[in-house]
Design a protein. Structure first.
Length: 92
């Protein structure tokens, strides 16, 4: 998932899951307060090869370059949202 105000959402709208019956972004959830100050998040379309490559690159940099030994992954449910995808053959 990505913050609706993020560079990823702004620069790559084709990576955002869309509601099945409209062009609206599929909403993956809301964080109440805390570090994010209460924001809505867009689901990322991991069926898009460029989106997958971007995510894989981020993880590789964190683990291998910056030597993170633990990754906490939130909003994983976003990949399973009912939505229109770049490649519908990659989901049930």
């Amino acid at each position: 998932a990505a913050d609706f105000g993020s560079e990823v959402v702004r620069d790559h709208p084709e990576w955002i899951l869309r509601c099945r019956n409209s062009s609206l972004p599929a909403n993956s959830g809301f964080t109440a307060g805390g570090a994010y100050g209460g924001k809505w998040f867009a689901g990322l379309d991991v069926s898009h090869p460029d989106c997958r490559a971007h995510i894989a690159g981020l993880i590789q940099r964190m683990v291998y370059d910056q030597r993170f030994t633990f990754l906490k992954l939130d909003f994983l449910h976003a990949a399973a949202l009912p939505a229109t995808r770049h490649d519908p053959s990659l989901t049930r």
